[in-house]
Design a protein around this ligand. Structure first.
Ligand code: HEM
Length: 430
């Protein structure tokens, strides 16, 4: 059913869940109705092709090195700390700079923005289970009585400030190129267009692409591009801390690719992190960040002998699919071999739907895989990660759509012995 629905052009509309999220994200890609989505996706896709992503490596490397520096403060402590604040702060800085060419610093009150983003998203998603709030009058009363309206006003401050500053840069670039083309050097001309440049250009040239459209896409990208990655990276490092044998295997692969050097990572390196990719996919199999998503049918759709009627809302759940024993034997165990080439070949493509699928699947999937591989490998080059908790201790709260771990992600870090595991074992045996 999943294949038929996700690939069907009559099932691209989103359901009720998303109409509440519109209070936060407006009509950005994630929540937009189909006509708007088609147009915006065409404009935005440019910023997610592989060639474009390769130009972002210096930013990924810089942000991950800052993360390592910050984590180093915990190196001599046996007291576990929660990874979340470190990781979400890094993924947020990274998406702002890679997509918007915008450096977040102390003046931005990032913590307030990130806390608001989590609480507002959770509050809106929960609203889906309260049908009495579906009529817009009741929802607007709820908005003002619950303080949600105030929070929504506050959260817009940072994206609007960012857009204003980038618009000034964008306009001055246009003026510079028009007034003195000879001084508008090749270097400036060839500087790659970022996601925000693409939006501002559309806004400048297309009267139907408004300032609100720019805001909606910017806040959607800030939300979709930071929280999802951060949750997966936290789960992944925690799972590696629990499974030391798998962590050794990941580090051995990193060692084979970069040795014990501190050099910056390159696109060739990430292509060679094959086992690490299996580990990340297995993390997302067990704990898919988006645990459910829905599609609203605009026409009847036939699925084998049944008909899903027009108007029906179809809920698809990666967390359910990913835990089916006929697809993944022993689904509660963390086993990256589930994603070996041989095992993947045995399953249907849609047995793995962490990034959804079809035309409305995740536009940021390649960005996500590259950035997660870079961050996790950078952390493991400097530290080994450890935890006192066991796999069976992990409890998740699904908050109706987002998977999060109860009690945070407690780990300790130790300085990495930069030798492959077989060399460390041989030394111990002597
Ligand atoms: C582990 C990381 C990620 C996961 C698991 C993930 C998962 C998903 C899923 C399941 C959807 C479909 C949701 C639905 O149908 O309602 C989606 C859509 C989307 N994702 Fe991601 N995502 C991740 C990272 C990212 C990143 C890094 C970005 C941006 C840089 C991003 C941007 C988007 C956008 C804009 C959409 C809406 C696409 C559309 O409707 O055309 N995601 N993501």
């Amino acid at each position: 059913m999943c294949v038929i629905v996700l690939n069907n052009s009559r099932a691209l509309e989103k359901g009720q869940l998303y109409s509440f999220l519109k209070s936060l994200l407006g009509e950005g890609l994630l929540t937009a109705s189909v006509d708007r989505w088609r147009k915006h996706r065409r404009i935005i896709s440019y910023a997610f092709n592989v060639k474009f992503l390769e130009q972002l490596y210096p930013v990924f490397n810089e942000k991950n090195k800052i993360l390592v520096k910050n984590l180093r403060k915990n190196i001599n402590s046996t007291q576990p700390f929660d990874l979340w604040d470190y990781i979400i702060s890094t993924t947020f800085d990274t998406i702002c700079q890679t997509a918007m060419d915008y450096r977040i610093n102390e003046k931005h009150n990032k913590t307030e923005f990130l806390d608001l983003m989590t609480t507002i998203a959770d509050q809106l998603v929960k609203t889906v289970n309260r049908p009495y709030l579906y009529p817009s009058l009741f929802f607007s009363i709820y908005r003002s009585m619950s303080g949600l309206g105030e929070k929504l006003k506050l959260i817009n401050k940072l994206p609007l400030q960012l857009i204003n500053e980038k618009r000034i840069d964008f306009r001055s670039k246009i003026v510079e190129s028009e007034s003195s083309p000879e001084e508008f050097t090749n270097e400036k001309k060839n500087k790659f267009k970022t996601f925000i440049d693409t939006l501002l250009e559309a806004c400048e040239n297309d009267p139907d692409f408004t300032n609100d459209d720019v805001r909606d896409e910017v806040i959607t990208m800030m939300f979709a591009g930071s929280d999802t990655n951060a949750t997966t990276e936290c789960f992944c490092l925690l799972l590696l801390a629990i499974h030391q044998d798998i962590q050794n295997e990941v580090y051995d692969e990193i060692y084979n690719v970069v040795g014990d050097s501190d050099r910056d990572l390159t696109p060739e390196d990430t292509a060679n992190f094959v086992y690490l990719e299996q580990v990340i996919k297995e993390t997302l199999r067990m704990y898919p960040t988006i645990s459910v998503f829905t599609r609203q049918l605009v026409e009847d759709i036939k699925v084998t002998n049944y008909v899903l009627p027009r108007g029906a809302s179809v809920t698809i759940s990666p967390i359910v699919t990913h835990h089916c024993p006929h697809l993944y034997p022993n689904p509660e165990a963390f086993n990256p071999d589930n994603f070996s080439v041989e095992n993947v070949a045995k399953r249907h493509k849609y047995s793995y739907i962490a990034f959804s699928g079809g035309p409305r699947g995740c536009i940021g999937m390649k960005y996500a895989m590259i950035s997660m591989k870079l961050m996790i490998s950078e952390v493991l080059r400097s530290f080994s990660v450890h935890t006192h908790i066991k796999l069976s201790d992990i409890r998740i709260k699904m908050n109706d759509a987002f998977t999060r771990k109860v009690g945070g992600y407690p780990i300790t870090v130790r300085s990495r012995d930069r030798r492959p595991s077989y060399a460390r074992r041989n030394t111990r045996a002597l």
